[in-house]
Design a protein around this ligand. Sequence first.
Ligand code: GLU
Ligand code: ZN
Length: 469
Amino acid sequence: MSDVVTRFAPSPTGHLHLGGARTALFNWLLARHYGGRFCLRIEDTDTLRSKQEYTTSILASMRWLGLDWDGDVLYQSDRTELYSSYVDQLLASGHAYYCSCTPEEVEAMRAKARAEGRKPRYDGHCRDRHLGPGKGHCVRLRLPDTGRIVFDDMVKGPIATDVQELDDMVIRRADGMPTYNMAVVVDDHTMGLTHIIRGDDHVPNTPKQIVLYQALGLPIPRFGHVPMILGKDKQKLSKRHGAKAVIEYEKDGLLPEALVNYLARLGWSHGDQEIFTLDELIKDFDGSNLNPSAACFDDVKFSWLNAHYLRALPLDQLGQRVAPFVASEGLLVPTGERMDALCVMFRERAQDLKGLAHCFRPLLVEASALDYVEKDAKKHFTPAGAQHLRALSQCFAALTPFTKEAIDEQLNSYVAQNGLKFKEVAPPVRTALMGFMGGSHLHEIMAFLGKEETLARFAKAIAACDQER
Ligand code: GLU
Ligand code: ZN
């Protein structure tokens, strides 16, 4: 099936959100699975609500997620004439006709139908009036009088609609602009689409699009309508209710690999498997096992998955990715071995890049700028604590080389020789080095800081101990 062609067709009326990202991902995966093409089309015909900045942002989010597209991005706003030529074709073949009814007249027809207990629809008034183009004339599709439109949805199974449910829809407005469904059908056909996965808010459009394919004598692609993504509490995700744009995840330091993996599992499954490499997703995503019931986005599970990917990243990559977050903490970005050392110390302790960069902070400021968490300082900067810090200060001043191993050995022998327990000595040392009771292994922290900076922190803490008294 190397002729599989899919697409993502966002409207640039907002940033890319989770639902859109998942739709894009499913189409992308299907195309990559079959070695086909994945196209991108910007549905920017709503000139009031469409904004270039949103197109830019959607494309940036697609790139961040790694969803590369084939060929150029298509813009519907460039294609009005093409759509119109298809409308003309329908007029010529007798599948469409001009209608001069005013919006008020159409509304009256609908009101009448409602009053008579029928479905509100255009009543076909102009069908056989043989009108030509003229001011205020739109073009309508002539629907067959009877019949059913049936399609086998990739997600929901067979869906049937009686043509009586539809009406002779407008395909070109009086101002010459094609309508939404007309444009979509022309695009999906000319782009060669074979499969269309989209949100199930589009289910009502599909029979309308199918009658257009039929009237134009075109092959009908396969459709799959995925249910929307809900919050953990099964409520619709909304701006007020946890719906975040993809760029916000990026800004918050989450990893695109984790988001891709997580989104793939929202509405699709492959046995019980939760963690997939991109290659596995491509191999396993063949358009089957799409789930018709709504999936819930669980922040906790997503954080867990993100932490997993953070740990799995090769060190050099982790360093590169965390660097911008370190910079936005206002810190000097370390390089090479120093960056590697920080990543090794803290990657098990963070869930995302922003959190990781934040963990680095105490080790990247100077002793003079290190702040103490008050409750930890109060608890551990005691006379006994000061005594340990003084004694250790002397030991470490004399320690060469100041390596991880030597430091570790020194700490252990200090504890052993004085008949102490490690947990008596470690807390004041940890607070002196980190400013609080967190961080990594003491010997790793000290080796990273180096002798001079370690001693400066000890001195500062000893002074603070004296003040606590
Ligand atoms: N532009 C539409 C949307 O953003 C998608 C249209 C389609 O997939 O057919 O909802
Ligand atoms: Zn009419």
